[in-house]
Design a protein around this ligand. Structure first.
Ligand code: ADP
Ligand code: MG
Length: 271
């Protein structure tokens, strides 16, 4: 055990993840978040290994978006510790790219697609926002990767929801992060866009990056992801898809909201 994990064990007094987790891309310990009296996320522990693609699964209102926002420090936590590559999240912020749940931005003023992607290059551009040809090429390359190169000079507000989603993914790619956090990237996109996005995300994993997605479609979990975290305010389970995405865990996570017939369709074995 490393000193860091011993310290955690002393703090939490609970069984610890393995020592490898000390510098895992994302490790969450004892996280509780509340907007009012009832917690939206309660005492969640989870760790995500390198070069993995993980889904966060749970019913509506389970606290999935809240968990991601709390990880990023966008909303305050009542308790819990988050570390990103072994560092406090504030120190590791530049290694994280976040694509929020769609439709949270209203584009009142005209902004071109290329400029949205350039926002992802803010670290490269520096304080003076000195854009060069190279930066524009980098932004175009990210648009190319999501199949949106032909839309570079369109206004973002004029694109469909699925097209906007691809542009936000391009902006995240421009950040060149090590940990990608995405909140329902496939919600409301057409089949072509879904394929394009999954292709890009799998590419990120192959480049040794870590991808964590809130995901709502149980039918594609085993095809898209290698790990899963099931939550319903509390954590139900997390681990490799093969051993964790089981009928029993789904039943615990969704309760009566998921019919046995649906579970049968997922062709899972009862664990
Ligand atoms: P999920 O993403 O799993 O659907 P959320 O994290 O969005 O769930 O929400 C978890 C719970 O917290 C829900 O009951 C939701 O109504 C509540 N909630 C979410 N955001 C807020 C907020 N800004 N203020 C008050 N309650 C909120
Ligand atoms: Mg959500």
């Amino acid at each position: 055990m490393t000193a860091a994990s011993l310290e955690l064990a002393a703090e939490g007094g609970r069984t610890l993840h393995s020592a490898i987790d000390a510098d895992s891309p994302l490790s969450i310990q004892g996280m509780t978040v509340s907007y009012g009296e009832k917690p939206a996320v309660f005492s969640v522990d989870a760790a995500f290994p390198r070069e993995s693609m993980a889904a966060i699964i749970g019913p509506n209102g389970a606290g999935k978006s809240t968990l991601l926002k709390a990880v990023l420090g966008i909303i305050p936590t009542l308790s819990g510790k988050v570390s990103v590559f072994g560092e406090p999240v504030e120190k590791a912020r530049r290694r994280i790219a976040y694509v929020p749940q769609r439709a949270s931005v209203d584009w009142d003023f005209p902004t071109r697609v290329i400029d949205v992607v350039m926002m992802g290059l803010y670290r490269e551009l520096g304080l003076l926002h000195f854009e060069t040809r190279r930066h524009r090429d980098m932004a175009c390359d990210c648009l190319e990767r999501v199949g949106m190169a032909n839309f570079a000079h369109r206004q973002i507000g004029q694109l469909s929801g699925g097209q906007q989603q691809r542009v936000f993914l391009a902006r995240a790619l421009a950040q060149d992060a090590d940990l990608y956090l995405l909140d329902e990237p496939f919600a409301g996109v057409d089949a072509t866009t879904e394929k394009a996005i999954i292709h890009v995300l799998k590419g990120l994993k192959e480049e040794n990056r870590t991808v964590v997605c809130v995901h709502h479609d149980l039918a594609t979990v085993t095809e898209y992801f290698d790990r899963v975290l099931l939550i319903n305010v509390r954590k139900v389970a997390d681990g490799p898809v093969d051993t964790t995405f089981t009928a029993e865990n789904l039943q615990t996570t969704y309760g009566g909201r998921l019919a046995t017939a649906q579970i049968d369709q997922l062709q899972l074995s009862l664990a």
